[in-house]
Design a protein around this ligand. Sequence first.
Ligand SMILES: [Mg+2]
Length: 323
Amino acid sequence: MALNEFSLIEEYFSSLDKAPGITLGVGDDGAVLDVPEGEQLLVTVDTLVAGVHFPLDATPADIAHRCLRVNLSDIAAMGAQPRWFTLALTLPDANESWLRQFSQALSDDAELFNCALVGGDTTAGPLSITIQLLGTVPKGKALTRSGAKAGDAIYVTGSLGEAAAALSLFGIGDSVAIGCESEREILLQRFYRPEPRLNEALQLRGLASAALDISDGLLADLGHIARASHLGAEIQLEQLPVAAWLTSLAEPKRVIEWALSGGDDYELCFTVPKENGSAVNTLIEQGELSAGCIGRMTNELGIRCLDAEGNRVNIEQSGYQHF
Ligand SMILES: [Mg+2]
């Protein structure tokens, strides 16, 4: 069944625009939005292309979750709150079953993370999804990549490496010894439904000196903080947060590579000046912040990995891989 652009948006997406601050949502030439007094607007955009950023056989729900959540992760990395988003959908055909599942999953996540769809565009072509997410942050409080100082401690939220391990389920790289169905499910969830660290990010406002989300791998992304701050960094390998069960899937060397070079985990990496260290550690001890210290920023440029004895370890960095 062929649907024109208007009826597509109307039928599947117009119910997603319920949130504060929307004077005018889906359906006009543009959305009219109210930025709260004293806040600044943050804008981020991500395009996911079938066969490049997700496997061709991904379900519509998987694609919707991943596309919104990678954008939410960017908003979290800035210490902001998500508010509104727009969607540009390029579809090979107007498959109603696909659209129903996609819009339901998008609606579920929009509700879960308190943001609303305020506009969109549809085009015919190879499957590709672009979401532009708008967030707000109190004036001057956005977390950026450039504020780190030498000696600042480096922290990472959650755990690393699971999304990289998930790639082996899609036939990328060597296969892994998956022990049971639940392990496979955890890895797939980790890839398709990364958990945007929005609550953690709010706690880090005023405490972290720099922050970003890990989309390209810890080494690459920490490299962005280091370059933006004109510094280097040292990572203690034994402090890397790797889930214990992950170490049963492959050799230790490979697990470390997943944690250091694997992208797609969407955890936050942030730096903390000495004077804020105890406040951050208290949040961690009280269970309000799931994060751990993995190293420190240095005046010496470049990223160095150290073993428990303080010896430098060379890590092979794997490049970006297509599906
Ligand atoms: Mg990012």
